[in-house]
Write a protein that binds this ligand. Structure first.
Ligand code: ADP
Ligand code: MG
Length: 236
């Protein structure tokens, strides 16, 4: 029942392509599940930041996102909220396998994203794990095949794609490339191209980057489908 109402609201309230909803005072006015709204309140997140207002409504409607916003603008929730909502409105279940994948340039950043997810999404029942290396590979092989959401660094993720037999990515709903410019700066371009090759093409993708370089445009062409472009320049 809640899911049917949410889908109806999303259909009615999604802004036209190229436009954005007005500044809002609270996450409560967005078409989000009660579980997510309660989780956000628990973590004391009340008012969405500019990048969150810009990206979330388009992302909820299933659109690909190409977003540019500097550090500290609130990008983590801008992609984690749509990710959680996508799985929720598709009634994703533990047996449905991997539904959401976030790629981050470093272990530290991946860990930070994981902590934010664990905080506000505690009200949901999805399983989530980290794929960042530094731990026993075989142990990780058993652990990650059960996860609904993974936060990963490129090198280790590709290793699992190549070497973990039951690592099934065919159901993936949403891919996030966080700090994509930094991923490329760190020399992961080839790995990223290989990773994208392993993913189902009908997925939704959100690409976040602080800068818009030629290599980001190339990556956007490779990974996104009719993206909605969202840029936040001023302090939010
Ligand atoms: P970015 O990835 O753009 O650098 P983060 O997602 O790490 O930004 O968020 C930066 C800081 O802002 C974090 O401390 C986070 O808790 C806080 N933050 C994010 N969204 C909100 C919000 N809607 N309301 C209040 N604080 C927020
Ligand atoms: Mg960030």
């Amino acid at each position: 029942k809640e899911v049917a109402l949410l889908n109806e609201r999303i259909e009615l309230e999604t802004p036209a392509r190229g436009s954005q909803i007005e500044d809002v005072e609270s996450f409560d006015v967005l078409p989000l599940s009660m579980a997510t709204k309660n989780g956000l309140k628990r973590c004391k997140f009340t008012k969405p930041t500019k990048i969150q207002i810009g990206a979330i409504p388009h992302a909820l409607a299933g659109r690909d996102i190409l977003a540019a916003a500097k550090t500290g603008s609130g990008k983590t929730l801008a992609f984690l909220i749509p990710l959680i909502e996508k799985l929720y409105t598709r009634r994703w279940d533990i047996q449905d396998g991997l539904g959401g994948l976030v790629i981050s340039p470093t272990r530290e950043l991946a860990l930070q994203i994981f902590e934010v997810l664990r905080g506000f999404a505690k009200t949901h029942t999805f399983s989530a794990g980290l794929v960042i290396g530094g731990k026993n590979f075989q142990e990780e092989q058993y652990r990650i095949i059960k996860m609904n959401i993974l936060i990963a660094t490129p090198g280790r993720l590709l290793q699992h794609m190549e070497q973990t037999p039951n690592f099934d990515l065919s159901n993936l709903q949403l891919l996030v490339l966080d700090e994509a410019d930094r991923i490329l700066d760190m020399g992961f371009s080839t790995q990223l191209t290989s990773i994208i090759g392993y993913l189902p093409p009908e997925r939704q993708t959100m690409l976040f980057s602080a800068t818009q370089t030629k290599s980001i445009k190339d990556l956007a062409r490779l990974s996104l489908n009719e993206p909605e472009y969202i840029a936040v320049h001023e302090k939010s």
